[in-house]
Design a protein around this ligand. Structure first.
Ligand code: PMP
Length: 360
């Protein structure tokens, strides 16, 4: 068996130890005589899996008691609608930061359900930066403020949490959740698709402050109401059971590894190694301003774009795969989430240096 170093932006690598545990348990989960995939979501076995996953996540992220954790479906993309449908009810206008492709999608969807006030946009600067906190003015009467702490495509990350006063802050953390410790109490809602740092695609996690769970806009479907999911402990309908089980194994793995502070140390080291390799070369370039560089998604271009296919072919031969940049940006992108071993980043840097020697 060969496991490759997969730099995909998502679905992305999962920890090998997690996959091995799942393999070991796939036919018979802990003597139950069933696979987790075959269990009733309301049976005692699965209820214990769900409860442990939530308890471990709460421990990892130090989630305060006045927050609900919801295990949903529909991807982060459904949250683009669900957030305004549930939060823009008495107040009809929301503030949005536009820092890249995912912000834009969130904004476009929100416009169907509320008035969107774009408080800052990085579009003119080709989405290569985040705003300084003095560069925007928030509406104290907005229903909520939405931002994308880490733009997966542009590799642009906020180096701070915006201060929104009493207005609830909503964050699309799809590509940065669990990468480092976080003060959850600063947020009204945190949401994330699972397929990067949590588990397999198909599971969507929402962490919501309880006082924000209220009557949604008229006509909101039941499946899009936070209240219904919260009142039913994420079991209003059949939840993504196997995804929740795998996410639970990932949470266990993270706790065993020393939690999110330990992850932060490793992630910072991995990112620094890669950015150093880019900056210390005359051949590779990363377009993002230094303070906004992402720890998780590192886009880079080669001095000559004609060499892109040669680079990708050579990398694949070394077991370094899915490095092609997003079609809207071009070049390369290395996504280095929690499950990417340091050895993977070392191997990539080694390959980049050898490639530069040969082609520069
Ligand atoms: N937001 C961000 C920051 C993302 O990276 C992605 C997926 N790459 C999405 C939203 C969309 O997520 P999903 O495919 O789970 O709907």
């Amino acid at each position: 068996m060969t496991r490759l170093f997969n730099f995909s932006a998502g679905p992305a690598m999962l920890p090998q130890a997690v996959l091995e545990k799942a393999k070991q348990e796939i036919l018979d989960w802990q003597g139950s005589g069933m696979s987790v995939m075959e269990m009733s979501h309301r049976g005692k076995e699965f209820m214990s899996i769900a409860a442990k996953a939530e308890a471990d996540l709460r421990k990892l992220m130090a989630i305060p008691d006045n927050y609900k954790v919801l295990f949903l479906q529909g991807g982060a993309s459904s949250q683009f609608a669900m957030v305004p449908m549930n939060l823009a009810v008495t107040k009809k206008s929301a503030d949005y930061f536009n820092t890249g492709a995912w912000s834009k999608k969130a904004i476009a969807e929100a416009k169907r359900y509320c008035d969107v006030n774009v408080v800052w946009s990085g579009e003119e600067g080709n989405f290569s930066q985040t705003p300084e906190s003095s560069a925007y003015t928030l509406d104290p009467d907005a229903a909520f403020v939405h931002y994308t702490p880490n733009e997966t495509i542009g590799g642009v990350e906020f180096p701070y949490i915006p201060d929104t006063g009493d207005v609830p802050l909503v964050a699309d953390m799809s590509s940065t959740i669990l990468s480092r410790p976080l003060d959850v109490s600063r947020f009204g809602i945190i949401y994330a698709g699972a397929q990067k740092n949590i588990g397999p695609a198909g599971l969507t996690m929402v962490i919501i402050r309880e006082d924000l769970i209220a009557e949604p806009q008229q006509g909101t479907p039941s499946m899009f109401q936070y209240g219904i999911h919260a009142n039913n402990d994420s079991m209003y309908n059949t939840p993504p059971t196997y995804g929740m089980y795998l996410a639970g194994l990932v949470f266990e793995w993270l706790l065993e590894k020393g939690g999110l502070s330990a992850m932060a140390e490793t992630n910072e080291r991995k990112a620094r190694r890669l950015y150093d390799a880019i900056d210390n070369s005359g051949f590779y370039q990363n377009p993002v301003e230094l303070r906004s560089r992402s720890w998780m998604n590192v886009p880079f271009t080669l001095a000559d774009a004609e060499l892109d296919p040669v680079f990708l072919k050579g990398a694949t031969e070394k077991g370094l795969i899915t490095l092609k940049g997003h079609r809207s940006v071009g070049g390369m992108r290395a996504s280095i989430y929690n499950a990417m071993p340091e050895a993977g980043v070392d191997a990539l840097v080694e390959f980049m240096q050898a490639f530069e020697k040969e082609h520069a």
